[in-house]
Design a protein around this ligand. Structure first.
Ligand code: FMN
Length: 271
């Protein structure tokens, strides 16, 4: 079967053939990885099944023995609201291959209480929603119309911080331990880091009500998955969580009316 026709059939099934821009984008996104010539020649179902089952194993896991052995700096023990803490650059050149991280991605609910090195926090924040195209301010996760409404708040034993992506720094919001307010599950309060994904509704002003309702959750999901994969690549445990008292947490974080707490994500060394 002709691959191009097959993809167009798929797009038609999605009802997207009329929207040239969206359709072209999807067409590119759906372009399959080319088959080796020996497999491309035969397209009957039996051959395709055989080709699928004879694929090589997806990935071999690199060693994660001590990804932070050289990085012992942690967040300051005492912080002052308003203070800005620069983060070390994310280690974009030495992480695992994506497929190996995907092989390891899972939800973990058992964490050691050990503090995370600043380097680990820098790595996972940048992976989650950092700036990967400084010229345009583009980020590692997508957002509709690039509205970038999601803020990442961090709660640790020492305080509450806001990730400033453009500066790649942490702004100290509070010197209080609010970890226990980010969820009711037993492991939450003792884990070293709980991220809270907050949507700044002011950035959604002017869009249709349905978009304002759905986009923030989609955006937070994209970021949380980036963080999950970074954690998998760095040998850290993580779980994204939706069981939290959003009203209480929003109040504790002093969020304005325009802001909405969406999800939390616990991160730490696996117990
Ligand atoms: C939107 C969402 C909300 C979730 N909420 C919680 C939660 O509140 N507590 C929790 O322990 N796990 C939570 N999880 C994790 C799921 O339970 C977990 O992803 C699922 O059991 C599959 O396991 P896996 O992630 O290891 O593949 C949530 C996952 C998602 C995507």
């Amino acid at each position: 079967m002709d691959q191009r026709m097959s993809r167009r059939g798929f797009l038609k099934w999605l009802g997207l053939t009329g929207g040239a821009l969206t359709g072209n984008w999807l067409l590119a996104a759906c372009t399959p990885v080319p088959l080796p010539a020996s497999q491309a020649a035969s397209t009957d179902a039996a051959t395709r099944t055989q080709a699928a089952t004879s694929l090589a194993p997806a990935a071999t896991l690199p060693s994660t023995a001590s990804p932070f052995a050289l990085h012992t700096d942690v967040l300051p023990g005492t912080v002052t609201p308003g203070e800005s803490i620069p983060l070390p650059p994310a280690r974009t050149g030495e992480a695992w291959p994506l497929m190996a991280a995907l092989l390891e991605r899972r939800s973990s609910r058992s964490f050691r209480s050990d503090e995370l090195p600043l380097q680990a926090i820098a790595d996972l924040l940048w992976a989650g929603f950092g700036v990967n195209r400084p010229a345009s301010g583009g980020r590692t996760a997508p957002s509709a119309y690039d509205i970038q409404d999601i803020q990442i708040h961090l709660t640790t034993a020492g305080g509450v911080y806001l990730y400033l992506a453009q500066e790649h720094a942490l702004l100290v919001l509070k010197a209080d331990d609010l970890r226990g307010l980010t969820g009711s599950q037993g492991f939450v309060a003792g884990a070293p880091l709980n991220l809270v994904y907050v949507s700044d509704g002011a950035r959604l002003a002017g869009f249709a009500a349905a978009d304002r309702e759905h986009w923030p959750w989609t955006h937070a999901g994209c970021i949380a998955q980036n963080v999950s994969l970074a954690c998998a690549a760095l040998g850290l445990a993580a779980v994204v969580r939706s069981t939290l008292d959003r009203t209480t947490l929003a109040r504790a974080l002093d969020l304005p009316e325009t802001h909405q707490v969406l999800l939390a994500q616990t991160v730490g060394y696996p117990a």
